[in-house]
Design a protein around this ligand. Structure first.
Ligand SMILES: Nc1ncnc2c1ncn2[C@@H]1O[C@H](COP(=O)(O)OP(=O)(O)OP(=O)(O)O)[C@@H](O)[C@H]1O
Ligand SMILES: [Mg+2]
Length: 1042
C-alpha cells in the first residue's frame, strides 16, 4: 500500500493543496471522521485523540509496520516508532520521541504505544523479556501514583516523565532511567470540582482486601477521608479495584519486595489519615491564637502506625521552632498555620514517596555502567494547561511546554532554515513564531519571572504575592508578552477577565492568566523543620528515609532551592538531553473538550494547530527539503542504484551521489546539492529512491540467490554425480561379483556335470571291466598292507616257546594269519636250529628220533623230553676199569648204563652194566665183571616196550645168531627211551635197517626153544617206585606189574 492509495484526504500535509488553515483543518476532520487519527507533516506525526479503541494496534499491525518503510503504509505511530528504533539500531543514533499536546490529547497513550511497539520488535530472550516487562510495568505504577482524574482528562498525568530506554548494540533493551518532573502535589490536599486526588488513594480503598484495610486501619468508603473529593469518587470506565491488583502485580514484577509494597501502602494510608487530623482553633492565655488537635484518636492512630509518639506529632503539627544563630524559639501555630503545616506535611510525604518510587523503579531497571548503550528517550510531560484559575503549577507546566515548543522550533523550523543557509542552498525565509522571547520572559536569570519569584522569596522584609506581582508589573511593563491589570491600565485597556491579583502571559499556545496567590508559598515549598524532624524520628523505615533533612545533628540553616529553581534546572538538563538526540515528534491534538468520540471541534483544533505551528511546519517542509543526508551515508545507502557506483566507487562522496542521482534522471527541482549534504525536496522522491533501492535490493538478493542457488545446485549436482558414480561403481562391482559368482557356480555345476559325465563314461568304460576288482584288490592290498605292517610292528617275541600271536583284524585273514603264525613259528624254530652247535644238533636229532619212536606211544616219553641224553651214566670216561669192559670194540661207547635183567625163568632181576657201541650191545654182570654178553646189533631183530612209564623192554634177537639162540633178553633200564633211541640209531647206522620197536603190553619172549608170554599190567601209581614185580604164571606166562 502506498501513501497515495486507499487514503482519506492527504496523509501527509506536505501534499496539501492549497496550503491554508481551513483545508488543513478540513483534511484533519475528514481523516478523523474516517478514523484516520494519524497524519504526517514529513516526519512529524500528528495524532488526534480518538477517544475510542481503534482496531489499528496489536501484534498484527506491529508486524506490518516493522517490515515497511515510513511512507509505504498509512501514517501510524508504529511507523514513527519503527523509524526511531531502526535509526537507533542500524545507524547508531540516540533517539528521543517528543510527545507534546494539551492535557488529554493522548500523550501518555502515545508513549505507551511507542514503548509497546519497541518492546515487540526488539530482541527476545529470557533476560530481555524480563527487562521489557519491567519497563512496561513501570507505567501502571507511575500512573497510579502520578495520574489523576481532571476535568480534561480522566487519566491526566500530574507529573512530567522522561524515560530513557537503553539498548545494547543489537537493539535489545538493557534497562532504562526514568526522570520525573514536578508532581502536582497540591492535588494531595485539594482538588478542583469534578476532579479527583491521585488514583492510588481510590485504588487502595477499593482494591485492598479486608485484611489489608484492617492492617492499614483504613475504611473502604472514600467519604471518610477529608483529602478525597466527596463528589467524584469513581471514574467511568475505570475499575479502581482491579487497577489496584494490577499495580501490586506490576510492583512485584519490577522487583519491589513484599515489605516495600506494604510500606508504600502504609505511607499512602498515612497521607489519607493526615487529612483527617482535625485541628481546632485555640487561644492562649496571652491572647494570641493557637491551635490544637480536635480529636486525639487520629493522631494516636498515625503515631502507632509510623512508630512515633503521638504527642510529639501533635507538637510538631501545632508549633514551630525557630532557630537563629543564637537561640531557639518555639512559637505556637494558629489554626490556619497548623492547617498549612499539616497539608504541607501531607503533600511533602506524598511527593517524596512518589520520588522514592521512581528511584526504586530506576534501581530495578538500571543498566550496568560498563555497557555501551544506545538510548531512546520518550518524553511524556503534562500538556499545556489553561484553566479558569491558573496557579503556580500551571505556570511551571506551561513553562515546560514553552520550552518543548522551543525545542521543536529550534530543531525543525529554525535549524532547518539555518541549515539551508549553511549548506548554501538558495532559500526564502519562512516566518514562524519563535517563542524564545516567552521562554526568556520566564527563565531569564535576572529578569525572568522565576528569578524574580525566587528573589522575592529570599528577600527580607514583608514579602507577599502582591509585592511579587507589583515587581513583575514594574519590570515587564513594556514586555509584549506580559499583561496585568496595571499594564492594561497603563495602556488604557479595559479587560474584565483580568483580576487584580493576576498577570497574563501570551504563551505560544495562547494567553494564560495566572493568579499570583500562593506563588510565594508554593515556590518556597516550606515544610517546618519540626515536621521533618518528627518524620525522621518515626520508626517507619520508609517514612524515615523520605526525610533525610530531619536528622537533628545535620540541621543546616541554608535554604533548600525553591521549587521554581529546581524545576528550571531540571528542565534545562532535559533540554540539553533532548538536543543531543535525534528528535521524533508526535504532536497530539485534542479533537474536543468533552472526551467524546467522533466529535471534531474545529475551533479547538484550529487553536491547537495554530499554536503548534503546524502550518508553518508544513510550509518550511514544503519550501524546504523533506530529506537531507550527508553525502557519505547517502552514497552508501543508494550507490547500488547507479551503474558506475556499484559495486565499487573510487571517487568522492559528492561526485558519487551526483552520479547516482544523475543516472536516475531525477528532476533537478527535486534535488539540491549542499556543501556537505544532499537535499531531497519531496518525500515522494525519497520514497521513489527507497522503492528503487528496495527493488534493487530484491534484484541483488535475487542475484545473490541465483548465484547461491546455482552454486548450491552445482555442488549438489557434483555431489550427486560423485555419489552416483560411487553408487554405480559399487553397484557394477557388486553386479559383476554376483554375476561372477553365478558364472562360477554355473561353471562348477557344468564342470561337475562334465566330470560326472566323464566319470560315468569312464565308469562305464573301466569300472565294469575290472575296476571293481582293481579297487577291491587295491583295498584288499591296502588292508593287507596295513595288516602286515601292523603285524610287523607287533610281532611276538622270538622265543620259540612263546606261542602267542595277534588275532587277525579281519576274518578273511584268519587262514593267512594262522599260516603266518606257523611260518613265524617255523622261522623261529629254524632260526633256533640254525643257531644250534653240531653237538646240540646231534642231541636234538636223538631227541627227534626218540620222539618219532615214542611220542604218543610211551607214557614215560614226555618226562624224558627235557632231560638231555647223557649216554654215559657210569662215568666211563674217567674209569679205565670200565673202559676195559668195552674190550676191543671199536668206536666210542654210545651208552653206558646200569640195567636190570629179568630172569625169564623166575622173574627175578639182576643188575647188569649195559654198554652200547656202534656194533654191539654188551651186557656185563656187575658182580662178575668177566661174564659178559655181547650182542651184535645185526642180531637184534625187534624191541618191545610197554606203553607205561616203566623201563621194561625186551630185546628180540634173531634166532639164527649165536646169542640169539639162547633167547631174548628182558631188561629194565631207567633210561629206556634214551637207550632204545640210541640203539635204533646204532642199528640204522650199522645195518641200514630200521629197528622195529613195538609198544605193547603183551609180547612173547623166546626162551631157548620155548617162549614165555609176558603180560605187563599197570600197577597202582606210585606204589612201586619204579620197581617192577614179575610173577611167574605157569611156565609159559610171566606177569609183570609195573
Ligand atoms: N490512541 C488512542 N486510542 C484510544 N484512546 C486514546 C488514544 N489516545 C488517547 N486516548 C484516550 O484519551 C485519554 C487521555 O489520553 P492521555 O492520558 O494520553 O492524555 P495526555 O495527553 O497524557 O493528557 P495529560 O497531559 O493530562 O496527561 C486516554 O485515557 C484514552 O482514553
Ligand atoms: Mg498524560
Amino acid at each position: 500500500m502506498t501513501l497515495m492509495e486507499d487514503s482519506v484526504g492527504v496523509g501527509d500535509l506536505v501534499l496539501l493543496e492549497p496550503l491554508e488553515e481551513e483545508p488543513l483543518l478540513k483534511n484533519l476532520q475528514l481523516r478523523y471522521e474516517n478514523k484516520e487519527i494519524y497524519t504526517y507533516i514529513g516526519n512529524v506525526l500528528i495524532s488526534m485523540n480518538p477517544y475510542q479503541q481503534l482496531p489499528i494496534y496489536g501484534p498484527e499491525f506491529i508486524a506490518k509496520y516493522r517490515d515497511y518503510t515510513f511512507y509505504e503504509l498509512k501514517p501510524h505511530i508504529y511507523a514513527l516508532a519503527n523509524v526511531a528504533y531502526q535509526s537507533l539500531r542500524d545507524r547508531d543514533r540516540d533517539q528521543c520521541i517528543l510527545i507534546t499536546g494539551e492535557s488529554g490529547a493522548g500523550k501518555t497513550e502515545a508513549s505507551k504505544l511507542v514503548m509497546s511497539y519497541v518492546a515487540a520488535v526488539c530482541g527476545k530472550g529470557e533476560q530481555v523479556n524480563s527487562v521489557k516487562e519491567q519497563l512496561l510495568q513501570s507505567n501502571p505504577v507511575l500512573e497510579a501514583f502520578g495520574n489523576a482524574k481532571t476535568i480534561r482528562n480522566n487519566n491526566s498525568s500530574r507529573f512530567g516523565k522522561y524515560m530513557d530506554i537503553e539498548f545494547d548494540f543489537k537493539g535489545s533493551p538493557l534497562g532504562g532511567v526514568i526522570t520525573n518532573y514536578l508532581l502536582e502535589k497540591s492535588r494531595v490536599v485539594k482538588q478542583l470540582e469534578g476532579e479527583r486526588n491521585f488514583h492510588i488513594f481510590y485504588q487502595l480503598l477499593a482494591g485492598a482486601d479486608a485484611h489489608l484495610l484492617e492492617a492499614l486501619k483504613l475504611k473502604r468508603d472514600t467519604s471518610h477521608y477529608a483529602y478525597l473529593n466527596q463528589k467524584v469518587s469513581r471514574v467511568d470506565g475505570m475499575d479502581d479495584a482491579s487497577n489496584f491488583k494490577s499495580v501490586q502485580n506490576a510492583m512485584t514484577v519490577i522487583g519491589f519486595s513484599e515489605v516495600e509494597i506494604q510500606q508504600v501502602l502504609e505511607v499512602t494510608a498515612l497521607v489519607l489519615k493526615l487529612g483527617n487530623v482535625e485541628l481546632a482553633d485555640e487561644s492562649q492565655a496571652n491572647g494570641t491564637s493557637a491551635s490544637g488537635i480536635r480529636d486525639g484518636r487520629g493522631v494516636q492512630e498515625i503515631g502507632e502506625m509510623i512508630g512515633l509518639n503521638s504527642e510529639e506529632l501533635e507538637k510538631a503539627l501545632c508549633s514551630r521552632t525557630m532557630k537563629t544563630a543564637k537561640e531557639e524559639v518555639v512559637t505556637t501555630l494558629n489554626f490556619t498555620q497548623a492547617q498549612y503545616a499539616r497539608d504541607a506535611l501531607a503533600k511533602n510525604i506524598y511527593s517524596r514517596l512518589f520520588n522514592w518510587i521512581v528511584n526504586r523503579i530506576n534501581e530495578s531497571i538500571k543498566v550496568g555502567s560498563g555497557e555501551k548503550k544506545k538510548v531512546m528517550g520518550v518524553l511524556d510531560i503534562y500538556g499545556f494547561e489553561i484553566l479558569e484559575d491558573n496557579s503556580f503549577e500551571q505556570f511551571v507546566i506551561n513553562y515546560c511546554n514553552e520550552k518543548l515548543q522551543q525545542v521543536f522550533i529550534e530543531m525543525t523550523l529554525k535549524e532547518e532554515q539555518e541549515e539551508y543557509k549553511r549548506e548554501g542552498i538558495p532559500w526564502t525565509k519562512v516566518d514562524y513564531f519563535d517563542n524564545g522571547i516567552i521562554c526568556n520572559l520566564i527563565e531569564h536569570n535576572q529578569q525572568g519571572i522565576l528569578a524574580m519569584l525566587d528573589e522575592e522569596c529570599l528577600r527580607p522584609g514583608v514579602v507577599s504575592d502582591s509585592t511579587f506581582l507589583a515587581k513583575l508589573n514594574q519590570v515587564f511593563s513594556k514586555h509584549g508578552y506580559y499583561e496585568s491589570k496595571v499594564t492594561q491600565n497603563a495602556q488604557r485597556q479595559y479587560d474584565h477577565t483580568m483580576g487584580l491579583s493576576c498577570f497574563r502571559i501570551c504563551h505560544y499556545a495562547g494567553k494564560v492568566t495566572y493568579n499570583v496567590n500562593s506563588f510565594i508559598d508554593k515556590n518556597n515549598d516550606l515544610l517546618f523543620r519540626d515536621l521533618s524532624q518528627a518524620m525522621w524520628k518515626a520508626q517507619h523505615p520508609l517514612l524515615q528515609s523520605l526525610f533525610p533533612e530531619g536528622v537533628p545533628t545535620q540541621t543546616s540553616l541554608k535554604r533548600p532551592p525553591t521549587a521554581g529553581a529546581q524545576f528550571k534546572s531540571s528542565v534545562a538538563i532535559l533540554m540539553k538531553n533532548l538536543y543531543s538526540k535525534n528528535p521524533n515528534y508526535i504532536r497530539c491534538i485534542k479533537p474536543n473538550e468533552h472526551q467524546q468520540r467522533g466529535q471534531f471541534s474545529s475551533e479547538l483544533v484550529a487553536v491547537q494547530t495554530r499554536y503548534l505551528g503546524l502550518l508553518e511546519n508544513v510550509r518550511v517542509r514544503r519550501a524546504g527539503y523533506a530529506y537531507r543526508q550527508r553525502y557519505g551515508p547517502f552514497l552508501e545507502r543508494y550507490r547500488l542504484l547507479g551503474r558506475s557506483t556499484w559495486p565499487r566507487w573510487n571517487g568522492g562522496d559528492r561526485e558519487g551521489v551526483e552520479k547516482v542521482l544523475g543516472e536516475l534522471s531525477l528532476s533537478s527541482e527535486e534535488l539540491a546539492f549542499g556543501k556537505t549534504k544532499i537535499f531531497i525536496r519531496s518525500p515522494k522522491t525519497l520514497f521513489y529512491l527507497e522503492e528503487k533501492r528496495r527493488l534493487r535490493l530484491q534484484q541483488l538478493a535475487t542475484l545473490i540467490q541465483k548465484i547461491y542457488r546455482g552454486w548450491r545446485c552445482r555442488t549438489h549436482y557434483q555431489l550427486m554425480r560423485k555419489s552416483q558414480i560411487l553408487i554405480s561403481s559399487w553397484f557394477r562391482g557388486n553386479m559383476q561379483r554376483k554375476r561372477y559368482a553365478k558364472i562360477k557356480a554355473s561353471v562348477v555345476l557344468i564342470q561337475a556335470f562334465v566330470r560326472g559325465w566323464k566319470a560315468r563314461k569312464d565308469y562305464r568304460k573301466y569300472f565294469r571291466s575290472g575296476a571293481a576288482l582293481t579297487l577291491a584288490d587295491f583295498i584288499y592290498k591296502s588292508i593287507t598292507q596295513k595288516f602286515l605292517l601292523g603285524l610287523r610292528n607287533n610281532l611276538p617275541s622270538t622265543n620259540i616257546l612263546d606261542r602267542t600271536w595277534p588275532a587277525a583284524p579281519y576274518r578273511c585273514f584268519n587262514t593267512a594269519n594262522q599260516e603266518l603264525q606257523q611260518l613265524f613259528y617255523r622261522w623261529k624254530c629254524k632260526r633256533f636250529r640254525d643257531r644250534l652247535s653240531p653237538k646240540q644238533v646231534e642231541i636234538l636229532k636223538e631227541k627227534l628220533c626218540a620222539s618219532e619212536l615214542f611220542k604218543g606211544k610211551k607214557a614215560s616219553y614226555p618226562q624224558s623230553v627235557p632231560i638231555p641224553f647223557c649216554g654215559d651214566y657210569l662215568g666211563l670216561q674217567g674209569n679205565p676199569k670200565l673202559q676195559k669192559l668195552k674190550g676191543g670194540e671199536e668206536g666210542p661207547v654210545l651208552m653206558a648204563d646200569t640195567v636190570k635183567k629179568v630172569n625169564r625163568g623166575n622173574g627175578k632181576t639182576s643188575s647188569r652194566i649195559l654198554l652200547l657201541t656202534k656194533g654191539h650191545v654188551i651186557l656185563i654182570d656187575t658182580k662178575k665183571s668177566q661174564a659178559k654178553t655181547v650182542i651184535g646189533l645185526d642180531s637184534v631183530a625187534e624191541v618191545s616196550v610197554t606203553s607205561f612209564k616203566d623201563g621194561l623192554f625186551s630185546l628180540h634177537l634173531n634166532e639164527i645168531s649165536s646169542v640169539g639162540s639162547r633167547g631174548d633178553f628182558l631188561l629194565v633200564s631207567e633210561h629206556v627211551i634214551e637207550l632204545l633211541t640210541k640203539m635204533y640209531q646204532a642199528v640204522l647206522d650199522a645195518t641200514q635197517r630200521q629197528l622195529l620197536i613195538s609198544v605193547t603190553e603183551k609180547f612173547s619172549v623166546r626162551f631157548k626153544e620155548s617162549s614165555v608170554a609176558v603180560k605187563v599190567i599197570q600197577g597202582p601209581e606210585g606204589d612201586r617206585n619204579g620197581k617192577l614185580k614179575c610173577k611167574k604164571k605157569g611156565s609159559r606166562c610171566l606177569e609183570v606189574t609195573v
